[in-house]
Design a protein around this ligand. Sequence first.
Ligand code: ZN
Ligand code: FE
Length: 256
Amino acid sequence: MTRLEIEQIPVLRDNYVYLLHDPTSGATAVVDPAVAEPVEERLALKGWTLTHILNTHHHDDHTGGNLALKQRYNARVVGARGDSQRIPGIDLQVADGDSFLLGSAASMVMAVPGHTLGHIAYWFPESLALFCGDTLFAMGCGRLFEGSPEQMWASLLKLRGLPDDTMVFCAHEYTQSNARFARMVERDNEDLLARIDDIDARRSRNLPTVPSPLALERTTNPFLRADVESVKKGVGLPGGDPVRVFAEIRRRKDAF
Ligand code: ZN
Ligand code: FE
């Protein structure tokens, strides 16, 4: 039973980079290093040596630090097989259903296409930690740059099926604006209204709203609720097919 120590590093405008440390073996990974320097600083502070770089997808604000960190620590870069041409410095190619071992901590790789076609998530069951990049956000989801609404909805359903107490470590602090949008979709959702108060309080003290428990996303994230009647009605599609409803929520958010 290996519980990872997890460090959250805010970088750039609103990105979160994570350090995962297995205390048993000393293995240490960084997830989606947008930039190298703040990662190096945090590693030095913790006294950890980087062994792995885990990428969820190819975008610059998730891979920009790959090469510098790889060179400095001789770390192994892990990314999606489907994105092997686009992940800088990739060493180990993984695909849906693969398990990846960080020291003694096992993770499962989940293909979650939508934001990009090669997007993957890393699920560490013993730590109840999900690293989902730009697929699922707190009360939001990533824009569909490459995939279809069908693909993204299927990806979100996979993530929605993980255990209640899973913590969702997404890659951006977009929660407050996501919350304003969510309230427009579901005005009478009590869980949502309570969560918005909590988020506003945290942001006013400059505290992160990430990670969040999956159970809370299920009850408050409109993008995980395209099959719930109140959300269907909220976007003017009562009784609508979930994929169609999901596409409409995404379309409205893009224009929000
Ligand atoms: Zn992205
Ligand atoms: Fe991003």
